[in-house]
Unconditional design. Sequence first.
Lengths: 204, 204
Amino acid sequence: DWQFHRHVRARQNICTAGDQLNLVFIMCEGWAFRFVQLSDGRRQVLSIVLPGDVFTATAPFKAKRRSSVQAITDVRFCGYSRGRLKENLIADPDVFSAWTDILVDETSEANHLLVDLGCRSAEERIAHLILSLRRRMKQRGMAVDAFIPFPLRQRLIAEITGLTPEHVNRFMRSFREAGLIETGKKSVTILNRAEFRRIGELRA
Amino acid sequence: DWQFHRHVRARQNICTAGDQLNLVFIMCEGWAFRFVQLSDGRRQVLSIVLPGDVFTATAPFKAKRRSSVQAITDVRFCGYSRGRLKENLIADPDVFSAWTDILVDETSEANHLLVDLGCRSAEERIAHLILSLRRRMKQRGMAVDAFIPFPLRQRLIAEITGLTPEHVNRFMRSFREAGLIETGKKSVTILNRAEFRRIGELRA
DNA sequence: CGCAGATTTGACAGCCATCAAGGTACGTGG
DNA sequence: CCACGTACCTTGATGGCTGTCAAATCTGCG
């Protein structure tokens, strides 16, 4: 059939670089991340996939995946076949417009991350990551004010920001000790929003 | 009219972040770069635009530019209006497919750069930049073997790789002293391809 | 309980940034 | 043709941010 649901457990790959994939996915529940795996074991995380996000959006037009997607938590997502989506893209201007929006957003997020990695310090990158995830969750109605569900391991934060896990740890501690944030079981609470934003918010 | 040519001199902006822009451009002659300008004067270069490249490809669907484009050399490019392009995208499957290829390539290049900035050392980033520009020029029939037209200033290399101009200079020198490359007036020649690729080629 | 993985912490090293100074190339105007 | 200024390239000294290595503690889970 042209549409289906699937479950994947935490730490399992949803799709892998090198695969031929004719499916577009929408995350329904849970978090995942898209990444590139290098031969020496290092990884670069390209983006975090939140519920409501479309991923592998380019699959209808370039089946060969150049990045992998792995579940952070247990996830549930919906898959659409390539052929059906392409038909809809041509036939329905609304679908077409929605799909282009997705591609544009994806490149926009990638550009933000590029600025982070190229221009900003470790402290700024980490704070910015937390704030940008908060913003995205708020857009989806998932974040209530200061408290943020946050299932990312420090290793993953390191692989997004291009730092080492130890260094991420040091700054998370310094944020806590400065009274900027509080960390709980898979959650973060922003205590001093003004100051935290001063550090992490990108002023173009 | 829906199509036109334009000339811009070196160091002039072709378009600027914040602008509303309903045009898609194709570079006909010369080099340019797409970048984000931060308020403190730092810049992050997102991509280099070579002859034959389409840029501001997302303009038909999100007019507001989030990055600027500036000419490196004197350039000549062609502009297409938003409305006309959107019509063609819907009407002509070949145009549609070409356009999606462009978006896919653009995100792919952005991802490569993310891996560079997140995972790799200064030496590796600089070598990789030169090699990737060589590859792109060869695809366009512009690079003859080892000799590469190369109008990038060291400051620009620094702004792509997230380094300082001084540091770029040190590694360019070390490449020269190791007999890996030769630099001329706005050109680079790769003398020891095997070794240079060992440093700069990304082994996923 | 025992194990594997994650977090935390410290000591130390190294890569890269910063600052400073001088040299070089190129365009401009006299 | 030459003087001159600006931007770029080059080089050195120094410092700091971040990585590496190591070990202890904590956590979740079987």
